[in-house]
Design a protein. Structure first.
Length: 138
């Protein structure tokens, strides 16, 4: 299984994003099932459509939202069931600065034994047992 982070999904769906080509390459690997079932948290969905609304407009945000919600190979995780654990992770985090959504991703990763996260967020590098893909380019 692989967790999907907002930065990855936004880069993939926004051709103007600096990480778009790396996201497209990683998406090819995901479609090829290199990492197992993609896991999409409701919080991540909210971030993706909100950022795309601001950067690319309502039509793009709705288009991407519909694609994500209709994706049969993606496991959608409603967040009400993980809210308390996400809050605990957020409150007790060490000096790192995880957003609440990032804390939820870490909580779900720990809860389900998921070790891979599709992200461009540097804050996830070796954080709580999550290994980011695609690999950062030097």
């Amino acid at each position: 299984m692989i967790l999907l982070d907002s930065s990855f999904l936004i880069a993939f769906h926004n051709t103007l994003d600096v990480h778009h080509s790396a996201a497209a390459e990683a998406m090819d690997r995901m479609v090829a099932d290199d990492w197992g079932t993609p896991v999409l948290l409701e919080y991540v969905f909210l971030e993706v459509v909100t950022v795309l609304l601001a950067r690319r407009g309502l039509n793009k945000a709705v288009e991407v939202g519909a694609v994500l919600l209709d994706a049969r190979d993606v496991e959608f995780v409603p967040c009400s069931e993980i809210f308390q654990e996400s809050w605990r992770m957020f409150v007790t985090q060490p000096s790192r600065r995880l957003s609440f959504t990032d804390a939820a991703l870490v909580a779900v990763g720990k809860q389900r034994g998921i070790e891979i996260i599709a992200t461009f967020d540097q804050g996830f590098h070796n954080l709580h047992g999550l290994n980011p893909v695609p690999e950062p380019r030097v």
